[in-house]
Write a new protein. Structure first.
Length: 178
């Protein structure tokens, strides 16, 4: 019986030694196990650093490209309203309270700031608000940023009703200061 116990203990010792040898020889690089703390503390930081580096490189490329863009010079003398080409160029004009602007010929006009009313000598014809599809008859207010059309120079125009009125106009016009 003693012999049997020695054999059993020897076999168990051999099994234990083999198991320890197998676990010691196991290489985790073939079957990696990733923990949540590794993902949050190490991997996430590495990914964010890589993304930040890519954005920095892209920002430098964009900045270099923008620095190489040439901006054309603007003319120091804007065209006058009597010039034939003036009908095709938008011009910004400031009017004061009571100033009146009259179309010499067909004009496009946009009220940009302040308030103004239409001047129309004919009770049935006025300034066309092209965005609303409405007719601004004499005394009707202009809406800011709406494209309006004065179809001909027959006494139609606008009167400034606030201290500072800015309009954009394309076409020939005259201004009567008040």
């Amino acid at each position: 019986m003693k012999k049997q116990v020695i054999i059993i203990v020897s076999v168990l010792a051999l099994i234990l030694a083999s198991t320890i040898t197998v676990f010691a020889a196991y290489d985790s690089s073939e079957d990696p196990l990733i923990s949540l703390s590794y993902l949050n503390d190490i991997f996430k930081k590495e990914i964010l650093e890589e993304i930040e580096k890519k954005f920095d490189d892209l920002a430098l490329e964009i900045r270099d490209a923008l620095e190489n863009i040439e901006i054309p010079d603007t003319p120091s003398n804007p065209p006058s309203t009597t010039d034939q080409s003036a009908g095709y160029v938008w011009e910004v004009i400031e009017l004061k309270t009571g100033d009146e602007l009259y179309a010499v010929s067909a004009c496009d006009i946009i009220l940009r700031a302040g308030t103004a009313v239409a001047i129309a000598p004919d009770a049935n014809q006025g300034v066309a608000d092209l965005q609303n599809g409405a007719e601004l008859l004499n005394g009707y207010g202009f809406t800011k940023n709406h494209l309006c059309l004065i179809p001909r120079g027959d006494g139609r125009g606008l009167r400034a009703t606030s201290a500072s009125v800015f309009v954009m106009i394309r076409g020939e016009y005259t201004i009567v200061k008040n």
